[in-house]
Ligand binder design. Structure first.
Ligand code: GMT
Length: 379
């Protein structure tokens, strides 16, 4: 019976990054279905809410004057051994290979000696494969621990292919796409906010990311500047990271600061997306683009690049448009064609909302449940 109650451990980055968000949403959905879920992370995940079936175990690394670098992976391994054996977990699910998969492998070696090891599943999210994991300093450990995982999943078909292309993987990688909680991410009536930000009915464009190089945030600004020459509009920049200062500087340079707001890290992204007309995601690479899916669930069309898994979620001419990386003119052209008249915009909005239903949490979470069940049964 797939609906039998399981005790599931989840390891993830607890921050605003997509892998941590997805892992937290998954854990919460599983807990609501009656499973007992144990999060093992260095900080309470930002999207985690209280639920009686959810437990949080902090990985707290004791300092010592000798340590220039804190041995996080060692303490994570020790915490995994403790949590798995003392809570009698059935399966461990690690999100993002580095260093979670190797810590899981090591923990299982220790638990094996005690006759208590369990299967562990590694979900690949993107940069663990496409950027960081490919570095020769990480590659051998990532490759080994992926092959030692009881099962491997990837969040898009593209990420699966990239993994096979760059690593020597001897097992099947199952694609389980990311999902969105459409109960939470839906269009909310926030017209009063819209009026405050765009009093003349200007179109509102938005971008959400961790402002890392791979996100190409300067392209967002340049696309906006080009659209702004053709129609009145405002830009909301949500998130924070290393590229924020240069993006703000570019706004000053282009003299568009009064139409642009840098809001920083935000928890109620659904409210901001509810007043957004168009989402811009010009990334160099996205294994999936969870932020774009969350926008679509709030009825927001997407202008994105055509890299990685983005073509798997953004359907050109329907939910938005795809452009080559760095092709500002084409992105601006697509944006204007969506925003130019309300009828067209409303059609794209309706399409985006409709398409997001294919990635509804209620469709995808049972796929993970089934995988856990099969993996436990075969172990
Ligand atoms: O995009 C980031 O820098 C964060 C990163 C993460 O690991 O949190 O996001 C990756 O995982 C997300 C959830 O699966 C995907 O939606 C993002 O596309 C992916 N980022 C990249 O591939 C650059």
């Amino acid at each position: 019976n797939i609906f039998a109650i399981m005790k599931i451990g989840i390891v993830c980055y607890p921050t605003f990054g997509g892998s941590g968000v997805l892992a937290t949403e998954l854990g919460m959905a599983l807990s609501e279905k009656g499973h007992e879920v144990h999060f093992i992370t260095y900080q309470q995940p930002v999207r985690l809410h209280f639920h009686p079936n959810v437990y949080y175990h902090e990985v707290s690394v004791p300092s010592y004057p000798l340590f220039d670098f804190l041995p996080y992976e060692t303490v994570l391994t020790g915490t995994l051994v403790d949590v798995i054996s003392n809570n009698d977990l059935d399966v461990l699910h690690v999100h993002y290979a580095i260093p979670h998969a190797s810590a899981a492998y090591f923990a299982m070696q220790i638990l094996k000696k005690q006759g208590k090891d369990i299967p562990f599943i590694t979900t690949l999210h993107g940069t663990d494969i496409t950027l960081v994991g490919r570095d020769p300093k990480y590659m051998p450990v990532v490759n080994f621990s992926m092959n030692e995982s009881t099962a491997i999943t990837a969040v898009s078909e593209n990420l699966k292919q990239e993994t096979y292309r760059f690593f020597d993987i001897q097992k099947d990688i199952k694609v389980i796409t990311n999902f969105v909680d459409t109960q939470r991410f839906q269009h909310l009536d926030k017209e009063h906010f819209k009026k405050m930000l765009a009093p003349e009915g200007e179109r509102i464009l938005a971008h959400v990311s961790n402002f890392r190089k791979v996100k190409r945030v300067e392209d967002v600004i340049r696309v906006f500047a080009s659209v702004r020459k053709q129609m009145p509009c405002k830009l909301l920049m949500i998130g924070d990271g290393p590229e924020r200062p240069s993006a703000e500087e570019l706004c000053r340079h282009l003299n568009i600061c009064h139409d642009t707001r840098f809001l920083g890290k935000q928890e109620q992204v659904d409210e901001i997306l509810s007043i957004t007309d168009l989402f811009i995601l010009p990334s160099e690479y996205e294994s999936f683009g969870l932020a774009a899916l969350e926008a679509m669930a709030c009825g927001v069309p997407v202008i994105s690049t055509n890299t990685g898994g983005l073509p798997e979620i953004n359907i050109p001419g329907k939910t938005g448009f795809l452009s080559n990386v760095g092709d500002i003119d084409n992105m601006a052209k697509g944006a204007v064609s969506i925003l130019k008249d309300t009828e067209t915009l409303n059609q794209f909005k309706a399409n985006a909302l409709e398409h997001s239903a294919n990635f509804d949490r209620d469709k995808i979470v049972p796929v993970y449940e089934q995988l856990y069940k099969e993996t436990i049964a075969a172990y």
